[in-house]
Write a protein that binds this ligand. Structure first.
Ligand code: HEM
Length: 442
């Protein structure tokens, strides 16, 4: 867990949306003050007796919310939410395009409306300016986070070309990309994550309604992750190939974490300034790479477990590297197996992707699984909504994906189908401010 909850001002003291306080009682209200780290601990201890039986309807005003529903991440802070928090169970990712005629003032007005709504929703309050559609009535914030990003195309439309970050240069065409441009890119990117599907829907629907007249939906995708409490103890999640995924992510406790994930504030114009070609308005921000990666699960499921493990370089059941140890043991890339060959094969995914082999290139992967039914040939339309945050995609995602696309044993089992790159500004630290203010009011 991150110390995010301590960095951000809570704003939870006036929680009034839905029947939250009416039903939460002392336990629920306390839950609102905790962060996601506590969620993992509290989830499994939520008393079944406190939860209404399925189908029991309104179980009465004194039924407390579970810790899961009451858990909240404050919207305001130095960084936007939805980056460092542990992945919630549900994710909606939506790209919007500005409507013709929407320029900088219209975009600023939209970001104000969106930020105010996201702040209210994250705290469990009714968003201002709209009648509530009721789809999340009775639920607590359920760890809701909303993350806003700007695509490269929005800068010209909003008259902000001079503010376009060099780091937002189009991603190169990678070998084997099969991108559907209608489901790629977009002027604006909105990521909603929550531990409850109705809460996530309500938030995204609210934002879409608030965009009326200013922006329309270009594409939307829905993802899911493991629900908190589904395992006996908190553990790294699995993807649809059955692998433990996320083990070797940068950790918020790593001394290099912030430098890898967030754009630093400008220090001085000297060449050594790591933010030298980053615009000042991106301080505290990050860059999100979004890729819809379909998994070719039929051929994958025909592989032996041994072969599957050699493709990734880790044991499927435990997540331990093939060089030995447990999930958290660092991979020993030089170790030889009993046959004299490399224990972790030369084309194993973790060997090709590791920062050690990519000039330290690192990113925070925060992807979700998706399953959109079955294709005409019967194959699952399923895979990974890959989301990676980094301080600079030119030294993060790009070199790693260039290498993976040529040398990764996993490549024959996946297909990159859509792509987006977004500048995710820093958070709105001031409760009266909004995301993107430093850009739009520069
Ligand atoms: C469907 C596609 C993908 C699957 C199923 C997948 C799966 C995995 C798995 C199971 C691991 C090992 C556990 C872990 O450390 O998280 C891993 C590690 C990693 N993956 Fe992927 N991955 C995919 C795509 C990508 C892409 C597109 C990138 C970046 C361009 C990437 C970058 C990494 C990195 C940097 C690591 C950590 C390597 C290390 O230092 O050990 N992956 N991936």
């Amino acid at each position: 867990m991150t110390d995010d909850s301590t960095k951000k001002s809570s704003g939870n003291s006036t929680v009034s949306r839905r029947r939250l306080l009416a039903t939460a009682g002392a336990a629920g209200a306390a839950g609102l003050a905790v962060g996601a780290g506590a969620l993992a601990a509290t989830n499994s201890s939520a008393s079944p007796a406190a939860t209404p039986a399925a189908g029991s309807g309104d179980a009465g005003a004194r039924t407390p919310l579970t810790a899961l529903g009451a858990n909240a991440h404050p919207f305001h802070g130095a960084h936007q939410g939805g980056i460092v928090e542990p992945a919630q169970a549900r994710m909606l990712s939506t790209a919007f395009d500005l409507t013709p005629g929407t320029a900088r003032p219209g975009l600023a007005s939209l970001m104000k409306r969106w930020s105010a709504a996201a702040a209210a929703l994250a705290a469990g309050r009714t968003p201002p300016g709209l009648s509530d559609d009721g789809s999340a009535l009775d639920a607590g914030p359920s760890s809701l986070t909303v993350t806003f990003g700007f695509g490269a195309s929005v800068f010209a439309k909003a008259g902000l070309t001079a503010q376009l970050p060099a780091a937002l240069a189009p991603l190169p065409a990678f070998p084997e990309d099969k991108l559907d441009r209608r489901r790629s890119d977009g002027d604006l990117w909105v990521q909603v994550c929550a531990d409850d599907a109705l809460v996530a829907f309500h938030a995204m629907r609210t934002l879409q309604r608030l965009a009326a007249g200013a922006a329309t939906v270009r594409w939307q995708m829905s993802g899911f992750s493991r629900s908190p409490g589904a395992t006996a103890r908190p553990r790294t999640g699995r993807n649809l190939m059955g692998q433990i995924d996320g083990t070797n992510n940068p950790k918020p406790t790593d001394p290099t974490f912030d430098a890898r994930v967030f754009v630093p504030a400008k220090t001085d114009p000297a060449k050594t300034d790591p933010a030298k070609d980053q615009p000042a308005w991106m301080a505290g921000g990050s860059y999100a790479v979004f890729r819809r990666i379909r998994m070719l699960l039929d051929p994958w499921d025909l592989q032996s477990t041994d072969r599957q493990e050699r493709v990734i370089g880790r044991h499927k059941a435990s997540g331990a590297p093939l060089s030995g140890g447990t999930e958290s043991t660092p991979a020993d890339l030089g170790k030889l197996g009993p046959d004299g060959g490399l224990a972790i094969p030369g084309d194993a995914h973790i060997r090709v992707a590791t920062p050690d082999a990519n000039q330290g290139a690192a990113m925070l992967r925060r992807g979700y699984s998706y399953h959109d039914g079955f294709r005409p040939d019967g194959a699952p339309d399923a895979g990974l909504l890959f989301v990676a945050f980094q301080s600079d995609p030119r030294t993060g995602f790009v070199p790693v994906q260039l290498k993976l696309s040529r040398a990764d044993a996993l490549s024959v089992f996946i297909s990159h189908e859509s792509s987006g790159l977004y500048a995710v500004p820093g958070g709105a630290a001031d409760p009266d401010g909004y995301v993107g203010q430093a850009l739009l009011e520069a």
